[in-house]
Structure formats: C-alpha cells, structure tokens
Ligand binder design. Structure first.
Ligand code: NAD
Length: 255
C-alpha cells in the first residue's frame, strides 16, 4: 500500500486523469478528497472510493481554495498529498487567440494550480507533514503547439512552478514533482477532437486517430497509465526524486 493512512487531495478529481488518480490513491490506502468544480461528479466519484469525500472546489477562487484546506484539516487533519490535475483547454493559435481565452486558461491552469499548491504546502508545513505534491503538466509544456498556444504556455508554466516549488519546499519536508502526460483518452480529449472536427471539417474521431498514429507507442494512454506514475511520485518509492517532470507519453518527447 503506497499511500496507506495518507490524506490525499485530488483537484480535478471528477474526470479523466484526476478520477484515475483518485481511484488508484484510494486503492493504495489513501483517504481521498475529490475536489472539483463539477461537484455532482466529484460526489459520484467519491462515493465509489473505500475512503473518500467530495468538495466543491473552484481553483480560480482563493476563498474556495482556503475552504478546501480548512475542510480537510477539520475533518481529517493536514493533507499529506496533493494531486493538482484541474485544468481547461481551448483552441487558440497565435493570430486568433483572445485576451479572454488567455485570462481564462491562465486563471485555472496556472494561477489556480499555484495558489492551491501554496495553500496545501502551508498546511503540510504547519503540521510538520512530510508532504508530496504532484502537479499535472503536459507534453504541450515541453514544446509549443500551433493550435493550442495559450494552453501550451500554461503547461510550460506548470513545469517551471513545479521546479521552483520543489527547490523552495524540499528543505521544509514537502516534495514537489510533476507529470507531463502525452495524449490520454479522457473527456478533455473528446472535447479537443470535437473542436478540431468543427474547425477543420473532420469526422468525429479523425483528429484522435491521426494523433494516435503519430505516437511511437501507437495509441492514446488510458488515464490509469498516468495515475500510476503520479502515485509513484507521491509515494516514498520516489523519495529522492525532487523537482522532476516525468513524461508519460508513449515516446512522444525524448528527454
Ligand atoms: N487528456 C490529455 O491528453 C492530457 C494531456 C496532457 C495533460 N493533461 C492534463 O491532465 C489534467 C487532467 O486532464 P483530463 O484530460 O483528465 O481533463 P478533464 O477535462 O477530463 O478533467 C479536468 C477536471 O478539472 C476540473 N476543473 C476544470 N476547471 C476547474 C476549476 N476552475 N476548479 C476546479 N476544477 C476544475 C473539471 O471539472 C474536470 O473534472 C489536466 O491538467 C490536463 O491539462 C491531459
């Protein structure tokens, strides 16, 4: 049991990779708080876990972040582990991108992730926890994306934030790492496929098929394949791993 008796927060746990992380963290003995803007789904996911709870989190609101930490502390004590998986994607190329889209994506993917990490780290440190934080970046943060320039910039920021946090917090007992997933079969990618279909007149499923064909492994990943690496990075098996971003992408990016 990798996370036995650990108090675990999964931000964005109501869907896709976050749900797979919540399920695996619970199977590994954690008490898991599924925190998501979509509270109905968060409750549904939490109800399937051996030890789980749900919280209506909107990472763009500091009061919501503070409320989550207060909820976890009062019910379970300070958290041991944070998985920062909440994010949004919008199509945006350099010439058409709008300020509204830029603000919306940075508010969730960067500002939200940063200040949730901050609030949870403060709680861990105040309680003397040996904590672990795993931020979910993306292969899109490793290189630009012509159709997703803003999203790619947010994910490059997540890699940088994870490195800075790792350096700042390791001496205080909190270990920070990140995962950079490649192409994962989740509701986010179903949405991306639909947006590409509308924009370029493709059949539904065509964009996913084209992308899958270009992955060295030859297919999209299942969310569990990302969750396994994320849980490894939160467990003592990776105790000496600090400030890294692990690619889980079927060979797309070699580093
Ligand atoms: N699916 C992929 O191929 C892929 C690839 C690389 C990185 N990622 C990253 O993995 C993470 C999970 O992606 P996914 O594919 O599971 O996406 P998803 O859309 O299936 O799930 C994202 C979850 O985040 C929640 N969320 C969005 N905005 C929020 C907010 N303001 N406050 C709280 N919760 C909010 C949503 O309600 C949803 O439950 C994201 O960080 C994403 O950028 C995904």
């Amino acid at each position: 049991m990798e996370l036995e008796n650990k108090i675990v927060i999964v931000a964005g746990g109501a869907s896709g990779i976050g749900t797979a992380i919540a399920q695996l963290a619970a199977a590994e003995g954690g008490t898991v708080v599924v925190a998501d803007r979509n509270v109905d789904e968060a409750r549904r996911v939490a109800s399937t876990l051996p030890k789980g709870d749900a919280y209506a989190l909107d990472v763009i609101e500091q009061t919501s972040i503070d409320g989550l930490v207060a909820f976890v502390e009062s019910r379970y004590g300070a958290p041991d582990v944070l998985f920062n998986s909440a994010a949004i994607w919008e199509m945006a190329d350099i010439l058409d991108a709008t300020r509204a889209s830029f603000s919306a994506l940075f508010a969730v993917n960067v500002t939200g992730l940063f200040f949730l990490q901050q609030a949870v780290a403060k709680s861990m440190i105040a309680a003397g926890r040996r904590g672990a934080i795993v931020n979910i970046a993306s292969q899109a943060g490793r290189r630009g994306e012509a159709d997703s320039a803003i999203y790619a910039a947010t994910k490059a920021a997540v890699i940088s934030i994870s490195q800075s946090a790792a350096l700042a917090l390791i001496s205080k007992g909190v270990r920070v790492n990140a995962v950079a997933p490649g192409n994962i079969d989740t509701p986010m990618w179903q949405h991306i496929d639909k947006v590409f279909a509308e924009r370029y007149g493709l059949e539904i499923g065509q964009k996913m098929a084209d992308v899958a064909a270009a992955i060295p492994y030859g297919r999209f990943a299942h969310p569990l394949e990302v969750a396994q690496v994320a849980v490894f990075l939160a467990s003592t098996r990776s105790e000496y791993v600090v400030g890294q971003t692990f690619n889980v992408d079927g060979g797309n990016i070699l580093s």
